[in-house]
Design a protein around this ligand. Structure first.
Ligand SMILES: Cc1ncc(C[n+]2csc(CCOP(=O)(O)OP(=O)(O)O)c2C)c(N)n1
Ligand SMILES: [Mg+2]
Length: 538
């Protein structure tokens, strides 16, 4: 890290804000308390707008998605005590989704900390289990601490860092060094895997009868999609994708074979089980709910060694995944390991399985209607519930970073804040959020935020009047439905009360019309889609 001596008097919060500005932080999300007002003022002076949210988790979810999109940490800010505890789910989500985030909380004035009683929380300890680093900012090293936090958050695997600042230190003079701009992005400087591993892997893949490719978050982060597709095409091997990596291979590609851990994935698992060799590419196993039951030999390709040991790997190609995959694609002989017909009939079966008819409009009809109307470059998000498993499998994703889901933690409430962050990052792209009625209710107050920020989101609320995923869990255990059904308000009217457009839709063609008008009007629109949850049960 290059450093230059500070030239003029700088306060602690100015130093923190300046370092964030230098790495390109576009804005910060949060909900203030008295302990962070100096900080948010310093952010403003550093041209980092503070985007007020209704709940601290929204700020953290949105910061996570911002970090995922930009590759530099997203920033969220909360106050002491209840602000810090409120933000915990969003920060934990960033931890388990590998999102680079700087989560800043205020703290009781240092001289009173040991004796204060009101709103006291040891936030450094509180955040330690769900962050890569959790620390107090000291005036003697404020800028260096912020810079170190950014580097830790953004380096592989990325994640959140928590910093707390005692309120009395905000305007203290910042001492120490001021880091010059230095690279933040994760993959800079990461090289090719070693020759021995590469040649062993090539031999194994060439000798395999039925190689298959699994692709995860590591491919997405490394922008290794071209190498991935190149390798698949060279081998004629199907590619199975983890939910958060959707888009690393365009899902209209003939070798795309579906998404693991999503609806109907018994067919995807079955296809995977037919392989005798698995190329596990950037496979972050945080996305696996089921245990690894494949018998095939595994070639591990990632920036990190196979340290999770969730699966046994015969050979590990550790280095830049784009370099490793391109090398394999270039150096392996061309072949057709699977017939095109095998993969296409598998995809047809999968689609049939997840699009069964119900007694009313099914959620899959809503998702299909949206996909039909909206252009390829649309960014989609979803929330957590039965609908997530459907959307994750059915929503055709054409490009990396055009689909966002909470999957490590699987936290309800993520879908709406994620959509806000995506729309802020890409003001001109259509952004659609598929939410359950349970998850929407948790965060519907953020309609005010979306309206204030002039975000023309298309919010689709799949209204089944239930926490359907939990209802299905009760059914599987032979239990009656209990505490899972509820009555929705008139959601379209709620939307209108917030100044958004609201539509109630009961048929797929109504959904198509509503989405077409939302997209052409570029107005915040909430579509209350009345759905039958029956077809989730496949
Ligand atoms: C914050 C949080 N609380 C509880 C859960 C457990 N949970 C998972 S899905 C779900 C139901 C979601 O209901 P809804 O948003 O209506 O979606 P649906 O299942 O009906 O599609 C619940 C309660 C969770 N994942 N996250
Ligand atoms: Mg529901």
């Amino acid at each position: 890290m290059g450093t230059v001596a500070k030239t003029k008097t700088t306060t602690v919060v100015q130093a923190m804000a300046e370092v964030l500005r230098r790495v390109g932080t576009p804005y910060a999300f949060g909900l203030p308390g008295g302990e962070v007002v100096e900080l948010i003022n310093a952010l403003k002076q550093a041209d980092i707008p503070f985007l007020l949210t209704k709940h601290e988790n929204t700020a953290a979810f949105a910061a996570g998605v911002t970090g995922e999109i930009l590759g530099i940490p997203g920033v969220c800010v909360a106050t002491i005590g209840p602000g810090a505890t409120n933000m915990a789910t969003g920060v934990t989500n960033a931890w388990m989704d590998r999102d680079p985030v700087i989560a800043i909380t205020g703290q009781i004035a240092a001289p009173r900390y040991n004796v204060a009683t009101h709103q006291v929380l040891d936030s450094v300890a509180f955040y330690r289990p769900v962050t890569k680093w959790s620390a107090s900012v000291h005036p003697g090293s404020a800028a260096e601490t912020m810079h170190k936090a950014i580097r830790i958050a953004a380096s592989e695997r990325p994640g959140p860092v928590h910093l707390t600042l005692s309120s009395d230190l905000a305007k203290a003079e910042a001492g120490g060094k001021f880091p010059t701009t230095s690279p933040v992005r994760t993959y800079l400087g990461m090289g090719a895997p070693c020759k021995e591993s590469l040649s062993k892997a090539k031999g194994m893949i060439a000798a395999a009868g039925r190689p298959i490719i699994f692709a995860g978050l590591g491919v997405l982060r490394a922008n290794a999609g071209d190498g991935l597709v190149g390798l698949a095409e060279k081998l004629g091997a199907p590619v199975i994708v983890m939910p958060k990596a959707k888009g690393v291979i365009p899902e209209d590609h003939p070798l795309f074979a579906g998404v693991f851990e999503m609806l109907g994935d018994k067919l995807v698992l079955e296809l995977g089980g037919r392989a005798d060799l698995i190329v596990a590419c950037g496979l972050d196993v945080v996305e696996f709910d089921k245990p690894w039951n494949f018998q095939a030999t595994v070639v591990h390709v990632d920036a990190l060694p196979n340290r999770d040991e969730f699966y046994p790997a015969e050979v590990e190609l550790v280095g830049h995944p784009a370099t490793a995959l391109s090398a394999l694609a270039e150096q392996l002989p061309s072949r057709r390991a699977w017939t095109a017909q095998e993969i296409s009939s598998h995809r047809r079966d999968l689609l049939e399985l997840i699009t069964r008819a119900g007694s009313g409009m099914a959620s899959h009809q809503v998702v299909a209607a949206a996909r039909k109307i909206l252009p390829k470059e649309t960014v989609a998000t979803c929330d957590v519930g039965a609908h997530k498993f459907l959307v994750g499998q059915l929503w055709t994703t054409y490009a990396p970073r055009s689909f966002f889901m909470s999957n490590g933690l699987s936290a309800m409430g993520y879908g709406f804040p994620a959509a806000m962050a995506a729309q802020l990052a890409w003001p001109d792209k259509p952004v659609v959020a598929f939410l359950g009625d349970g998850g929407f209710a948790m965060y519907m107050a953020e309609l005010e935020t979306a309206r204030r920020l002039r975000l023309p989101l298309i919010v689709v609320v799949l209204c089944d009047g239930a926490l359907s995923l939990i209802a299905m869990s009760q059914e599987r255990r032979g239990l009656p439905h209990h505490a899972v059904d509820f009555a929705n308000p008139d959601i379209a009217k709620v939307a209108e009360a917030f100044g958004a457009d609201g539509k109630v839709c009961e048929t797929a063609s109504e959904v198509e019309t509503a989405i077409a008008s939302a997209w052409s009007n570029r107005r915040l629109t909430v579509i209350q889609a009345i759905v039958d949850a029956g077809p989730y049960r496949v």
